[in-house]
Design a protein around this ligand. Structure first.
Ligand code: NAD
Length: 440
């Protein structure tokens, strides 16, 4: 039987805010804490600081009904929650290891105020052994009798609310049966037909998250490698992919060739896992290779463009870019291939005209381009005026069926580089474009 639980969530980013809103939607009393006062004020005012489909409705409704509250004071969050989730950032440090400073700072801030028996849950993606370190930091900073568990998050940006509400599985790492049971009870209502909750040791749970992300990243790099071979041997990767994926042992997911993976997870998590392996005297050659292939892949579309303008060069060429987010339905541009591509374009002296349904603001902040080198357009067709080439970098739905007549009318040149294999070569060529995709 499930009952209302008092939950605190530390960090109100993509993971923290989604988790908090979904727990509240399931009837729990949720208090979110963040150190970013603008973010907390925005949330208290009934607005959502990030773009994630369906999130605003959940946040606004649950906040209005009093099940979801926001605060700045860690003491308040520590005293509220029977379960306190840490969902702060774990960005990549210089050496590839995750930077755990936000996690430890959050733990230390909570420690003196936690009630005995509280369960602190690492939801951030953290390397094996972090729960032990969090427990040590909590004790050092004055916490008495608290338990530390791991509950890695598998949601995908762009469908985060749906993923959280209907999870494929929930992984709970707990070294005491009572802790595991309290977390299981919190999640039980998320499953109707069959409960897919996997309870395991803390260390296994910590590693499960990295292993899953590294495997998915490897599939993407694998198909990108095959795509590059297809170009050399005259095969079409779209046909190869369909033929491969039809095998139920393989499946179609994460076998889409493109301009490389980005986002806040795959790049940092693959490197973090490799770093963990090295620390323990092991090597993860497949994951290292996936990361290398991805780095090269992010440069592929620019190489194709440069080859097309080899004679005259790209200086003063006008290049339009559709799509900046690392994938559709998100405003997240962390490690987005668009950052790599647009930096190369700027270095080559091109005039860049970009657009994205929601990510342009974050993109310009992350890129910080020299004045006048990059112009943002709201209308994708306005970005095309006088363009010598168009690059598709994110497969947003609104870019998938272009108005070919308008493209012809507005563009000066005819080069179309489809970094996501969304457009038909046949149609593009019939309309007189010089089309190229990835591996087809
Ligand atoms: P994010 O950067 O969007 O949000 C982190 C939040 O934590 C920010 O609002 C920040 O102000 C806050 N914060 C930082 N230090 C704090 C402190 N000491 N006390 C309170 N708040 C603090 O991060 P995110 O994308 O939500 O990711 C969080 C964790 O979840 C990371 O470890 C990430 O790897 C993991 N993860 C992310 C995703 C994803 O798709 N974004 C998916 C699964 C797991």
């Amino acid at each position: 039987m499930s009952a209302t639980v008092k939950v605190s969530v530390i960090g109100t980013g993509y993971v923290g805010l989604v988790a908090a809103a979904c727990f509240a939607e399931h009837g729990h009393e949720v208090l979110c804490q963040d150190i970013d006062s603008t973010r907390i004020e925005t949330l208290r005012a009934g607005k959502v600081p990030i773009y994630e489909p369906g999130l605003e409705d959940l946040v606004v409704r649950n906040h209005r009904d009093g099940r979801l509250r926001f605060c700045l004071d860690p003491a308040e969050a520590a005293q509220h929650g029977e379960l306190v989730f840490l969902a702060v950032g774990t960005p990549r440090a210089e050496n590839g290891a995750p930077d755990l400073r936000q996690v430890f700072a959050a733990a230390r801030g909570l420690a003196p105020h936690l009630r005995p028996g509280t369960i602190v849950v690492d939801k951030s993606t953290v390397p094996v052994g972090t729960a032990d370190q969090v427990a040590a930091q909590l004790r050092e900073a004055g916490a008495a009798e608290v338990f530390v568990a791991s509950n890695p998050e598998f949601l995908k940006e762009g469908s985060a609310v749906d993923d959280f509400m209907k999870p494929d599985r929930v992984v709970i790492g707990a070294d005491e049966p009572k802790t595991a049971e309290r977390l299981r009870a919190l999640y039980a209502s998320f499953f109707r037909a069959s409960e897919r909750i996997y309870t395991m040791s803390v260390r296994s749970a910590e590693l499960t998250k990295y292993a899953a992300n590294a495997y998915l990243a490897t599939r993407i790099s694998f198909i990108n490698d095959i795509a590059n071979l297809c170009e050399k041997v005259g095969a079409n990767v779209e046909e190869v992919r369909a033929g491969m994926g039809a095998d139920t042992r393989i499946g179609h997911h994460f076998l889409y060739p493109g301009v490389g993976y980005g986002g806040s997870c795959f790049p940092k998590d693959t490197r973090a896992l490799v770093h963990t392996a090295h620390e323990h005297g092991a090597s993860l050659r497949i994951v290292e290779a996936a990361d290398d292939v991805n780095r090269d892949q992010k440069g592929r579309l620019f190489e194709k463009l440069a080859a097309r303008f080899a004679r005259e060069g790209l200086a003063h060429k006008r290049v339009a870019v559709w799509g900046l987010a690392f994938k559709p339905n998100t405003d997240d541009v962390r490690e987005a291939p668009a950052l790599t591509v647009v930096r190369s374009l700027i270095d080559a002296g091109a005039e860049v005209h970009v657009c994205d349904p929601v990510a342009a603001g974050n993109f310009m902040r992350a890129l910080d381009p020299p004045a006048g080198s990059v112009t943002v357009h709201e209308d994708p067709y306005a970005a095309l005026r006088g363009a010598d080439a168009l690059l598709l970098l994110t497969e947003w739905r609104q870019y998938r069926s272009p108005h070919w007549g308008r493209l012809r009318e507005l563009m000066r040149g005819r080069v179309l580089l489809d970094g996501r294999n969304q457009w038909s070569r046949n149609t593009a060529e019939t309309m007189g474009f010089d089309y190229d995709g990835i591996g087809r």
